[in-house]
Design a protein around this ligand. Structure first.
Ligand SMILES: Nc1ncnc2c1ncn2[C@@H]1O[C@H](COP(=O)(O)OP(=O)(O)OP(=O)(O)O)[C@@H](O)[C@H]1O
Ligand SMILES: [Mg+2]
Length: 265
């Protein structure tokens, strides 16, 4: 009986949050993403893995139109957020990026106070009616970023004065402050030590209760620890996508197997 329940949990499917349909990305003549189709679930951590240059960051950037900021990049196909095409001309990319937040490899706090780093998004999107509302949002976001206790007595200090791991958690707090629905993270722990990495991983696990989280990682241990779904990319192709446990223990494609056993990449 117990065993049955465990099996049910493992195959539980969540609502689809983002779908890519025949997605292609070109940088000039370079075809960097080749006909990718994927359904990314809500309230799930999805890991993107694959060798350097395979297109993980490029595809991640399709999901909140960050490729728009790269002149030579051209995106084709459809990316649907809750069934709506985010590349529709009606969609405002700034509003979109509040809904689909992003955390980068290198912590990049604004040259502002800790408070203003977090308050910036809610201010520009008009999420707070007054200072008291904003204070509530800032505290809630810093708590969600698992950094409130470390900074609550120095909210007026510059964000850039924090340690690397604290800066990254501040950036996560900044990203969640606009109440996103999806959080994209491109190697968020690569500049962090093992302790800060463990803190951010724990945080990612908590964020999953509320958001759809997509994380690019070079660490297969990290992918195995934090994700429920894993997508393996190779030379611009999405080679295999499935339950993380299955991808790591029973990959269906020889390219996935070579990568996870360390033969390529
Ligand atoms: N701004 C750009 N202009 C031109 N080509 C680019 C640009 N960004 C990426 N590329 C190319 O697109 C391909 C995919 O790159 P991408 O950065 O998405 O890979 P990645 O999987 O994130 O690699 P890494 O693990 O090293 O971060 C590579 O061939 C890369 O050289
Ligand atoms: Mg990358």
């Amino acid at each position: 009986m117990n065993d049955m329940r465990i099996v049910e949990r493992e195959v539980e499917t969540k609502a689809v949050k983002i779908s890519a349909r025949n997605c292609q990305v070109y940088y000039g003549e370079t075809h960097a993403i080749k006909d990718v189709n994927i359904d990314i679930e809500d309230k799930t951590v999805t890991a993107f893995i694959g060798p350097s240059g395979c297109g993980k960051s490029t595809f991640l950037r399709c999901l909140n139109r960050m490729n728009d900021t790269i002149d030579v990049a051209r995106v084709e196909g459809e990316i649907l957020l809750d069934g709506e095409d985010i590349y529709d001309p009606k969609v405002d990319p700034v509003q979109l990026r509040a809904k689909v937040g992003m955390v980068f490899q290198k912590p990049n706090p604004f040259p502002k106070t800790i408070y203003d780093n977090v308050a910036y998004g809610p201010r520009i999107h008009g999420l707070a009616g007054n200072k008291a509302d904003l204070d509530v949002i800032v505290e809630k976001s810093l708590r969600r970023g698992a950094i409130w206790d470390e900074v609550k007595d120095r909210l007026d200090a510059p964000g850039t004065g924090l340690s690397g791991g604290q800066q990254q958690r501040l950036c996560i707090a900044r990203a969640v402050a606009t109440e996103p629905e999806v959080l994209l993270m491109d190697e968020p722990c690569s500049a962090l030590d093992p302790i800060a990495t463990a803190q951010v991983e724990e945080l990612i696990d908590e964020l999953r209760e509320q958001y759809s989280v997509v994380i690019v990682t070079h660490s297969m241990q990290q992918a195995a620890r934090v994700s429920q779904k894993t997508a393996f990319f190779h030379l611009g192709n999405l080679v295999e996508f499935g339950e993380t446990g299955q991808i790591f223990t029973n990959p269906q494609d020889p390219r996935t197997e070579s990568y996870i056993t360390g033969r390529i990449g």
